[in-house]
Design a binder for this molecule. Structure first.
Ligand SMILES: [Zn+2]
Length: 264
């Protein structure tokens, strides 16, 4: 075994390297096996739609017994440093959505970016923001999602996200008929925490405070605009502030989903 010198220049170099490393980002390794174990315990119909690095991406297809059910898509974990988005999808599945299946069929993808989830990075293992890449076919996660939902059409889609700078929650909404649900939903879920009072920072229009349009000028680079263009009548993005507790953030995501399902 090579002995590492703990004196002089070598030590200084190591400290510099460590300091730089830790100052770049909070270094977290999450255990994706805990997610997999929870998903396997559900005993629900599931497909592995792709594997990134060694991490499987799961897709649940929960079919309704009724003819012509309302088809819903639920996604989390697009950005790996937004863990409440994955937790919200897991808790939705763990609630056993049997009652809801009398009206709805669900396609559910709990974690689009497992490498980012494990390494606490917004981007995938190549440093690419998947949510800006839906206009290309060169990003593996994008190709996996596109193929998995090919030929599917949804009445409603929800994509869970988080915001490190926000002090409250906010929503983005895209709806083909522009009859927006967002203002009513935002008002109802205020019981979980306040609406963020700052501007979203994205180039878009505010419908009411805390509800912004999925703008057509965004093209189809993001999942939400891609879906509204090709696969869904209606999409919501929920954004929770990471300063809230995990429980509060999950309650907000699920509160938005529950309220939206009641309105469909
Ligand atoms: Zn995000």
């Amino acid at each position: 075994m090579k002995k590492i010198s703990l004196s002089g220049q070598k030590l200084n170099n190591n400290i510099v390297e460590l300091t730089t490393f830790y100052s770049l980002r909070l270094y977290i390794l999450r255990d994706y096996h805990k997610v997999i174990n929870r998903l396997e315990k559900l005993n629900l119909p599931v497909n592995i739609i792709g594997v990134i690095n060694t991490y499987p991406i799961h897709q649940f297809n929960l079919k309704s017994q009724v003819v012509n059910p309302k088809h819903i898509l639920i996604t989390g974990g697009m950005h790996g440093d937004e863990p409440a988005s994955v937790e919200a999808v897991l808790q939705f599945l763990e609630r056993v959505p049997t009652q809801l299946q009398q009206q709805f069929s669900f396609t559910v993808i709990p974690c689009i970016n497992p490498y980012g989830y494990v390494h606490n990075t917004r981007e995938n293992q190549d440093g690419i923001d998947i949510n800006r890449s839906f206009e290309t076919d060169e990003v593996p996660e994008v190709t996996i999602i596109k193929e998995a939902i090919d030929n599917m059409h949804f009445l409603f889609t929800i994509d869970f996200h988080e915001d490190y700078e926000a002090k409250g929650f906010y929503l983005y909404e895209g709806k083909r008929d522009e009859q927006y649900f967002g203002p009513e939903i935002a008002d109802k879920v205020k019981i979980f925490g306040p609406i963020d009072s700052d501007d979203s920072g994205e180039d878009t229009t505010e419908i009411v405070q805390g509800v912004y349009k999925v703008a057509s000028k965004w093209g189809t680079k993001g999942l939400a605009p891609y879906l509204i263009h090709f696969h869904t009548e209606h999409v919501l993005i929920t954004e929770t502030p990471t300063v809230w507790s995990l429980k509060q953030r999950v309650n907000l995501h699920l509160g938005v989903l529950d309220t939206a399902l009641q309105m469909l």
